[in-house]
Design a binder for this molecule. Structure first.
Ligand SMILES: Nc1ncnc2c1ncn2[C@@H]1O[C@H](COP(=O)(O)OP(=O)(O)O)[C@@H](O)[C@H]1O
Ligand SMILES: [Mg+2]
Length: 377
């Protein structure tokens, strides 16, 4: 029988790196279709043509980056195509994007001073001609470039290069990870008419799928019997209920750490619940930090009203109650409610047949919300 307590130097992790965000899984499940479509977009480049432009859409944690990484890793071996993965989380300007492209093509940083986007593209294009290779650029989380027409400018520059450098072959994969946003309002007509991408969709995973993906990680990263199928199912259910697979992998790791810190060799449902609580707290704190002082105060008051009056809050009544404590106009009140909703702090419903009335629900526990809002940074 497995001992139930751990010695000081013992661990439940066979390999903890399997739960880190940079880990690439051996098997990518449920994405054969998407991988196939991406491979088809790449194929023309291997035959001496242009890669097809592609838009990948899907909510966070659905395997978009993982699939592109996998395809790009295979392309690393091929002589006639250079894949470049640009994470727009860190490349937020036109210059940064081109700097990243240069860096990947030449495997070194561009010169520090006196470089312009034009000089970087010129160097890259000359190198492509010299190597007779196509360039395939993936702009990951490209919705972060919607501001100030950055994405439009990047695409415009890339898609026009063949005019200036005849024979140049370039394809672009754009990943949009916010399902509420459409790409086209952010592009000018001239860019849209040249871009003409194929679309590949990444739907959220269901509970069974999450369960199977997490089971792979458990097998590779933990010692046997640390997690029972029942507890794993509980984690899968929390993942589907909560945010996404990325958070689910983190939850799995944190639950195991709870058990480990407690000196036990198996994870229980209470470990999972404790890990959920811990992650929710951290998440809430990180969102509340992004609010302005007045917004934070208003959220604290809403949470306090929720505590005294119970959960049923109607927009008009809420406005009147708040107005007594912090005078503001209705427009500002509603703008702030929308901010709270967009950051995932509350839900706003319109009950049927009630005119303009809205019902406000908190996404977090009211007491916890109030405590976080009232704690100075
Ligand atoms: N189909 C899958 N099989 C195995 N692991 C996956 C799969 N899809 C996503 N993951 C894992 O989930 C996490 C989030 O995936 P990622 O590709 O970063 O999502 P996205 O780019 O869509 O936000 C990563 O740790 C990744 O390894
Ligand atoms: Mg991603």
């Amino acid at each position: 029988m497995t001992p139930v307590t751990l010695m000081d130097n013992q661990t439940l992790f066979r390999d903890i790196s399997i739960f880190e965000s940079g880990y690439t899984p051996d098997t990518i499940r449920y994405r054969d279709n998407q991988l196939q479509q991406l491979a088809e977009a790449v194929r023309p480049a291997l035959l001496g043509g242009c890669p097809l432009n592609t838009v990948i859409r899907g909510p966070p944690g659905t395997g978009k980056t993982t699939c592109v990484r996998q395809i790009f890793a295979e392309l690393e071996e091929m002589p006639r195509i250079i894949p470049v993965l640009v994470s727009c989380q860190t490349a937020l300007t036109v210059f940064r994007v081109f700097q990243r492209i240069y860096q990947t093509v030449f495997r070194q940083q561009p010169p520090i001073s006196g470089v312009s986007v034009a000089s970087l593209t010129e160097a890259v294009c000359r190198e492509l001609s010299r190597r007779n290779a196509a360039l395939l650029i993936c702009l990951d989380d490209a919705n972060l470039l919607f501001h100030d027409h950055v994405l439009d400018q990047v695409l415009r520059s890339l898609l026009r290069l063949h005019e200036e450098y005849p024979g140049i072959r370039i394809g672009v994969i754009v990943i949009i990870s916010d399902p509420r946003l459409s790409l086209y309002p952010f592009l000018s007509l001239s860019v849209v008419s040249v871009f003409r991408p194929n679309e590949v969709y990444f739907p959220p995973y269901g509970r069974e799928e999450v369960h199977a993906i997490l089971r792979d990680r458990v097998r590779a990263g933990l010692y046997p019997d640390v997690i029972s199928p029942g507890v794993l199912d509980c984690i899968a259910a929390e993942t589907v209920k909560g945010t996404n697979l990325r958070a689910g992998i983190r939850l799995l790791k944190d639950a195991v750490m709870q058990a480990e810190n407690d000196g036990r060799t198996t994870v229980t449902r209470s470990d999972v619940a404790a890990a959920v609580q811990q992650i929710t707290d951290l998440h809430l704190v990180s969102i509340v930090r992004t609010l302005k002082e007045d917004e934070r105060l208003m959220l604290a008051r809403i949470a306090a009203l929720h505590q005294t009056r119970g959960g049923d809050m109607i927009s008009g009544e809420l406005f009147r109650a708040l107005h007594k404590q912090m005078p503001m106009c209705y427009t500002l009140f509603f703008e702030r409610l929308n901010t709270f909703r967009n950051r995932g702090l509350i839900d706003i419903y319109r009950p049927p047949n009630r005119g303009n009335t809205r019902k406000i629900l908190l996404r977090y526990d009211a007491g916890q919300m109030r405590a976080v809002c009232e704690t100075p940074e």
